[in-house]
Design a protein around this ligand. Structure first.
Ligand SMILES: C[S@@+](CC[C@H](N)C(=O)[O-])C[C@H]1O[C@@H](n2cnc3c(N)ncnc32)[C@H](O)[C@@H]1O
Length: 403
């Protein structure tokens, strides 16, 4: 018999990386403890769009098999009483970013046309005008078109350094050289290398076909995620991994710490993990934490997120036949889930382990994905050994149970 208990901290492996549910306006102690340690802080806060974003994540085995998002319900709101309230949040974010950075560190602030101008002045004040490095324009084609003015088709990503000692290696992000424009003459040198050339003021400039080129500050080669992109998590405003990799690669080395205080679905954290960096992510929305967790490798992670309120019945136990720990689902009332849902459909992930001093130590886990749409019904364990279970339902609500 399992009893539901309140445990907000779960540790996977050594637990060195961090994923935390919390509000940046009251920056949690775990982030204050990282002051002066981050090599990169990336922030993609709400843009003050006034929108209420909807959840578009698959539900149950059928949903994950087909990729159809359902049910849809409000996920998070980008609504503020006015500019004053929004700027208070932005000031807190920019201040925290500066405190988190080490001396070689850099800060990216991702916004759009709405608040980029105010943010630029704020960052100049906080970091100093001389620490400004770039205003990157990320242009894309997706979304609607306007007839009243030119369509607004770019985001703005500001880049600031903490100090003059900042680290930046552009050679880590070479681009394939495009066919040279046809106004340039073509040539071949003595070694047989092809180049395009222009002559200016009597001087010849050669652009070799086999030499890499590097991005400038206008990027149009990275698209927005399409509706059916396998990378999509269903979290509104999710950014493409390719974008984050281009941002992180020149400024980090493996082992460096990357922090995102508005991590949403965890794109920056996944990019950091792929590059061998350590990471710490914060978001005020518990569903964002559950989604970020579902895309990260969980071999060395601490997750801090409150358990959902309200009772649910765990249908699970030892299976004497297989000798494994068996899951039959979660019985719960959730106003948003389809009326005909089964206890298995309600579940998106589950972990087994032990609880010690109020901390859940995960030993085995399963998370649904497009690759594994069907919920694994059993996990390996010594019979009678499993003392605790953590479940995450399709709405991202986590619950802990002890035997
Ligand atoms: C634009 S989204 C981030 C998307 C993310 N970059 C991704 O790729 O999925 C902004 C996020 O900021 C979070 N947020 C808003 N206010 C916050 C606050 N006060 N503290 C922490 N997170 C906050 C929202 O919940 C939302 O997930």
């Amino acid at each position: 018999m399992f009893e539901q208990i309140n445990v907000d901290r779960e540790i996977f492996g050594q637990g060195e990386n961090l994923l935390r549910c919390g509000n940046v306006m009251a920056l949690p102690d775990e982030f204050r403890a990282l002051y002066g340690q981050a090599q990169c802080v990336y922030l993609d806060p709400p843009f003050m769009t006034g929108e209420k974003f909807m959840r578009r994540r698959p539900y149950g085995e059928q949903g994950w098999r087909t990729g159809n998002p359902a049910p849809r319900y409000p996920a998070y709101e980008d609504r503020y009483t006015g500019e004053k309230e929004y700027l208070r949040l932005l000031r807190r974010l920019v201040g925290a970013a500066k405190n988190l950075l080490n001396e070689t560190g850099v800060f990216y602030l991702h916004l759009d046309w709405r608040m980029a101008a105010q943010a630029r002045i704020m960052c100049d004040n906080v970091f100093g005008k001389t620490r400004f490095l770039n205003e990157i324009i990320w242009g894309y084609e997706s979304g609607g078109r306007s007839r009243r003015h030119f369509s607004r088709k770019h985001d703005v990503i500001l880049l600031y350094a903490k100090s003059q000692k900042y680290r930046f290696d552009l050679t880590k992000v070479p681009l394939p050289r495009e066919e040279r424009r046809n106004h340039m003459a073509r040539g071949k040198d003595e070694q047989g290398r092809m180049f395009s050339k222009i002559v200016s003021n009597g001087k010849e400039y050669r652009y070799y076909d086999d030499e890499p080129v590097y991005p400038g500050d206008v990027w149009t080669d990275i698209g927005f995620l399409q509706q059916r992109d396998p990378e999509r998590t269903g979290y509104a405003t999710q950014k493409p991994l390719k974008l984050l990799e281009r941002l992180l690669l020149p400024v980090t080395n493996p082992g460096d710490l990357v922090v995102d205080l508005c991590c949403g679905s965890g794109t920056a954290l996944e990019a950091a993990q792929r590059l061998g960096c350590r990471f710490a992510g914060l978001d005020v929305n518990p569903e964002a934490i559950a989604i970020a967790l579902s895309r990260l490798k969980t071999d060395n992670l601490t997750v801090i997120c409150p358990c959902g309120k309200g009772k649910a019945e765990l249908l699970a136990g030892d299976d004497p036949e297989s000798g494994r720990f068996r899951m039959d689902g979660l019985k719960e009332e959730h106003p948003q889930f389809p009326a005909k849902s089964t206890p298995m459909d309600n579940l998106e992930a589950w972990d087994i382990g032990r609880i010690e001093d109020g901390v859940f130590y995960a030993e085995q886990s399963f998370r649904r994905s497009f690759r594994y749409p069907e919920l694994t019904q059993s996990l390996r364990s010594e019979p009678g050994c499993i003392r605790a279970v953590m479940t995450t339902d399709a709405a991202g609500i986590r619950r802990a149970y002890i035997r």
